[in-house]
Design a protein around this ligand. Structure first.
Ligand code: ADP
Ligand code: MG
Length: 697
């Protein structure tokens, strides 16, 4: 048994290591940079770089890399060794402050949406000292932000850091009004990560899984998730071994992996870490996804992070548990025990409600992807409509504030509800509603619409900026209100008018119910069903003004992101379409022909020795032959659809064509293939079945 406390963080250049290894003045200076956001002194950078290198080399590292998150959605790294010629034919290991702080990777091959002409291919990576450096495969990985020559963000980290800073600033103004000692407001995230495992051998026989991460064909297995026997079920030995190794790897990297369990679908599982600051949580979630895949391979498994690997079964999501707290340790979403604590809580709650209602479009957009389109609204994940769940007790309190009536459940305390006299309520009454996209779960909100493969950055950028905006508005009003009774009155009015206007986003019912769609429409909530419906809001003039006001994104950055995301969407579907066509032409149609020919021969053979009419064989031949013809026709049609798709040069128009036409063709052709699979003999079928894939581990 490993010694976990010793193992934990052993691959991380964390505060303990820094304190141990840095000269006192460098340590102090770095602390100042971290706490007060002051620029790093060159002398400090050199000292940190030296200490980092010594530590890394002692732990077996030979290289360093600036580790960043370009718009590909995954992380990027370019490794340089520490070696430097020593002049005598030998080398020494060196790492300078300059190399630590800034890198200049050739950035021309990363998506930039027109932000950087290739002749200005230089991109800069700059150390983010708020996220610890760590060791991976013999390289010292230094978390960095990635910008263009002109300082525009080319990555996901830069705007995330900006959004955290602005939320800190505006939320601090609000809590200061309640007399806090705090100097900082941090946002925190704990991300529950779902995934599927499949045996590597079975995986290798499926081109669709290899190229697209999801199955493009496959008829329904006799057993899926209908028995509900997998969720929280006993973990099979092979999976358990995988989970143990995963935990150990994550712990070494300082990731607080806490919970593991089976999920709803066969061979679907989940890992949840203990929450941390949003920036770290986002970096760490990238490492989690990478480690999940790596450890799987070491165990003869493949980890699927696609949002919908198997049709007809639950897909995988990522729950973004979000809260804000002060540096004095107060969770601002924790309902308090006293009326005044509750007043602050209610104000912050109202701020979040307003933010989510006002920026539904951006929140929806932030989780949009071709993969996630299969989940949202498919009765397994929250719908594409963004709504909030607050539970019945809190809901009643909010309603009574709006209506100016009494909160009935606390009959003893009959009183007109004002925020200054809010009764306390039990927080576990915020029961579980799995169907809401944005649920209050006692002392945090859980944004449940994220896809499993997605970076945490974008949803949190939207959320932080939206809440910062409301906080700024609230602070403007309350700062003017003075103190004592006039403050209380302003506060009560503010909470009441805010809730009145924005309670329409709160829905405590069943989000999977079809009637919710009509109800949401009546309430005027947005239902942006597909990625192509959701992405355009990124370049709405109101949203450009919103982001520019808070300095989170510039207009140019938003336009480039819009283009990159639309283009990525088309590319993903393009790969799926080509894979689908190739599988049909090269494997499925030939397999069907073999089956037909063997069956026909069998009929002849049987007839030559008996009087049998060979009814079943002949009927099978008729059916399969007809389906095969249909498949062939549809393939030809699909080919011409793809020719058209390729010929569209406008990025946006092309994405819409994929959404409207290519997807329909793909779904249509799949139905024929899936039907064939149920008739053609399994020995002939070129791919493992759903049953074989789902129960392969
Ligand atoms: P669930 O009921 O959804 O399984 P848990 O209580 O297990 O919820 O927590 C889910 C996630 O929420 C965990 O990652 C946990 O660390 C995180 N979490 C708890 N408190 C906070 C907080 N204040 N801020 C952000 N995340 C939090
Ligand atoms: Mg959860």
């Amino acid at each position: 048994m490993e010694n976990i406390p010793e193992l934990f963080g052993s691959m991380v250049f964390n505060e303990t290591v820094m304190k141990e290894r840095l000269p006192k003045d460098a340590w102090k200076s770095l602390q100042k940079t971290l706490k007060e956001n002051t620029p790093l002194e060159p002398g400090t950078a050199n000292a940190v770089a030296h200490a980092m290198k010594e530590w890394a080399v002692e732990n077996g590292a030979t290289h360093f890399t600036h580790w960043f998150q370009p718009m590909t959605g995954i992380t990027a790294e370019k490794h340089d060794s520490f070696i430097q010629p020593a002049g005598d034919g030998k080398v020494i290991m060196r790492f300078s402050g300059k190399e630590l702080i800034k890198g200049e990777p050739d950035a021309s091959s990363f998506p930039n949406g027109g932000l950087r002409a290739t002749f200005e291919a230089r991109g800069y990576t700059a150390w983010d000292p708020t996220s610890y450096a760590f060791l991976k495969d013999g390289s010292l990985c230094i978390p960095t932000a990635f910008c263009s020559y002109n300082g525009e963000a080319l990555d996901k980290k830069t705007p995330l850091l900006r959004s955290m800073e602005i939320l800190n600033k505006e939320a601090l103004r609000v809590v200061k009004l309640f007399g806090t000692e705090a100097n900082r407001v941090n946002c925190t995230v704990g991300a529950e990560q779902e995934y599927f495992l499949i045996d590597e051998k079975v995986y290798n026989e499926r081109p669709d899984l290899k190229f697209c991460g999801r199955t493009l064909f496959g008829s329904k297995p006799p057993k899926g998730q209908e028995l509900d026997d997998h969720y929280f079920g006993a973990i099979k030995p092979r999976v358990s071994a995988y989970m143990k190794e995963l935990d150990s790897e994550l712990w070494k990297l300082g990731i607080l992996s806490k919970t593991k369990h089976n999920e709803v679908a066969p061979s679907q599982h989940e890992m949840a870490p203990i929450f941390t600051t949003t920036n770290l949580a986002t970096d760490q979630n990238q490492i989690v996804m990478e480690t999940m895949k790596k450890v799987a391979r070491r165990n003869g498994l493949v980890c699927l992070l696609h949002e919908k690997p198997y049709a007809g079964l639950n897909g995988s999501g990522k729950h973004n548990n979000w809260s804000i707290s002060t540096d004095t340790g107060v969770n601002l979403l924790e309902p308090g025990d006293s009326p005044s604590e509750n007043a602050q809580f209610l104000l912050i709650l109202a701020a979040v409600i307003k933010a989510v209602d006002k920026h539904q479009d951006l929140l929806r957009m932030s989780v949009a992807s071709a993969g996630n389109d299969h989940r949202l609204g498919a009765n397994e994940a929250p719908p594409a409509i963004i709504s909030m769940f607050v539970g019945s007790d809190l809901g009643e309190i909010l309603d009574s504030i709006v209506d100016g009536t009494t909160y009935s459940k606390k009959a003893k305390e009959l009183m007109t509800i004002g925020v200054d006299v809010l009764p306390s309520f039990a927080k576990d009454t915020t029961d579980r509603n799995r169907t809401s996209s944005f649920a209050f779960t006692g002392n945090k909100f859980e944004f449940r619409s994220l896809g499993s493969s997605q970076s945490l950055a974008s949803p949190n950028i939207m959320l932080n900026t939206a809440v910062a905006e409301t906080m700024a508005e609230f602070a403007d009003i309350l700062e003017k209100a003075g103190t004592g009774e006039s403050f209380t009155k302003a506060l009560n009015d503010l909470v009441k008018t805010t809730l009145k206007e924005h309670m329409k986003i709160v829905f405590n019912g069943n989000g999977y119910d079809d009637s919710w769609i009509g109800e949401a429409e009546k309430r005027g909530l947005l239902n942006l069903r597909r990625t192509t419906d959701a992405l355009p809001c990124l370049v709405d003039s109101k949203n450009i003004a919103f982001f520019e006001k808070f300095g989170v994104y510039s207009k140019a950055e938003l336009e480039s992101r819009y283009e990159i995301l639309m283009e990525n969407y088309s590319k993903e579907l393009h790969i799926e379409a080509l894979t689908s066509l190739e599988m049909i032409k090269r494997d499925i149609l030939p397999a069907v022909t073999d089956f037909l020919s063997d069956t026909a021969m069998a009929v002849e053979n049987v007839k030559s020795v008996s009087k049998s009419a060979c009814k079943s064989q002949l009927e099978t031949i008729e059916t399969v032959s007809a389906l095969s013809d249909t498949l062939y026709e549809k393939t030809e049609k699909f080919d011409s659809i793809m020719l058209k798709a390729n010929s569209i040069s406008d990025v946006i128009e092309q994405a819409c064509y994929y959404a409207d036409t290519v997807i329909t063709a793909m779904v249509d052709i799949r139905s024929v293939v899936d039907e064939l699979e149920t008739i053609v003999g399994s020995d002939y079928w070129p791919y493992p079945s759903y049953g074989e894939m789902l129960f392969s581990v």
